[in-house]
Design a protein around this ligand. Structure first.
Ligand SMILES: [Fe+2]
Length: 383
């Protein structure tokens, strides 16, 4: 994230001697993406971050796609899937391609291990629940409606204070970031952006653990899990600074745009990445011309697949969906309001809808395990 942040104690100059209380020096570590030309942070550990005692292969995570080439509009009632357990090990696959993988999970237990996704950035939408994302960069409290951005390689774990907890998860092959058109040449979010740096929450509290022992770290890479045992508590960072760290943005801090007449979907964009974008549909007043039609016109999203995750049961242009529904409108298939909803919307003043949209530039595959919760008649719901 292009905002400089620092926590704890760091030396005045980088790459210099930084003595520890009680003797010895801190171990400096540079963490950054894109061959250290992208965002990076410098961390100062009490112990060597490399002190691995053992390594063990855990299991493969091969997501199975359905074998059904018939193109149609799809609707899955994703919250009817059982996805209880660990926030990172028990995610239920939904949709995926080579750029992005969407899953859902209802964490019911706090993991005893630490987790690092080495193959993708993670965007966690907190549909329900609250707690803290703990990492080597400190504690980042989260609440319902948060997007948690966890750049790849960051060692972390979740702790919960408000249950039940439900996450809608995206894992990306590319580097997930705020849209380029919202930033000026210096990286600052401009007045045109629907959110600003003040809305972006960064790790707050750095707790430094000086504890030898055996600490399990589960690493995801090559669609498989490997366990590494570290010889000390991995949260042994005395201080850090830089631009690479987990951060949070609440969907209700996204300022929705409203016009005299209907504004197009890009006004809802919240994140960009290679191969897909993420948009937020938030409660807002409707278009204010007396002749305006507030619901969207029929449209064909040519060259992209459109996914909507319904974070509440209200949506202006759909009947038959529920909280936790996921719709997939594949490339080019026309879709829009269901019969009667266009006429009914005229003169309406506001919407309470809340949804996360993912538009992918390559076609998505449907994971086999969500077929049992599919609404098989959805493609006929415009009759
Ligand atoms: Fe659409």
């Amino acid at each position: 994230m292009p905002i400089y942040h620092r926590l704890g104690q760091i030396p005045r100059k980088r790459h210099t001697v930084f003595p520890k209380n009680g003797g010895g020096i801190h171990m400096e570590q540079l963490v950054g993406n894109k061959g250290f030309t992208g965002p990076a942070s410098l961390l100062y550990h009490l112990h060597l971050p490399t002190s691995v005692r053992s390594v063990r292969f855990v299991r493969s995570l091969d997501w199975e796609a359905e074998v059904d080439p018939m193109l149609r509009h799809r609707h899955f009632r994703a919250h009817r899937l059982v996805a209880e357990g660990s926030a990172v090990l028990d995610r239920q696959p939904l949709l995926f391609n080579s750029d992005v993988a969407a899953s859902i999970v209802q964490p019911t237990q706090e993991d005893e291990f630490f987790y690092r996704n080495a193959q993708g950035d993670e965007l966690i939408f907190v549909a329900e629940g609250g707690g803290a994302l703990e990492s080597q960069f400190g504690k980042l409290p989260f609440r319902q409606g948060d997007y948690l951005v966890v750049p790849r390689g960051i060692l972390h774990r979740y702790r919960y204070t408000a249950r039940p907890v439900r996450f809608f998860v995206l894992e990306s092959t590319g580097y997930l970031r705020t849209p380029h058109r919202y930033r000026n040449e210096h990286g600052q979010l401009t007045e045109n952006s629907p959110f600003c740096e003040r809305d972006i929450r960064r790790p707050e509290e750095l707790e430094t653990h000086d504890e030898p022992g055996e600490f399990r770290i589960v690493v995801k890479q090559h669609n498989a899990l490997t366990e590494m045992v570290l010889a000390h508590h991995p949260f042994d960072v005395a201080g850090w600074d830089g631009y690479y760290y987990p951060w949070a943005l609440n969907i209700h801090d996204f300022e929705p745009r409203v016009g005299r007449l209907h504004l197009p979907p890009p006004v809802h964009q919240t994140f960009e990445c290679e191969g897909f974008v993420v948009c937020s549909f938030c409660p807002r007043p409707y278009d204010f011309d007396p002749e305006a039609i507030p619901v969207p016109y029929n449209h064909s999203n040519v060259m992209s697949d459109e996914v909507l995750y319904y974070a509440s049961s209200e949506f202006m242009s759909r009947r038959g969906i529920e909280y936790g529904s996921i719709t997939l409108h594949p490339d080019g298939l026309p879709h829009g309001p269901q019969p009667g909803l266009t006429e009914k919307s005229i003169g309406e003043k506001k919407t309470e809808e809340l949804a996360v949209m993912v538009d992918t530039f390559r076609p998505l595959k449907v994971a086999r395990n969500i077929l049992p919760v599919e609404d098989g008649d959805y493609h006929k719901s415009w009759l």
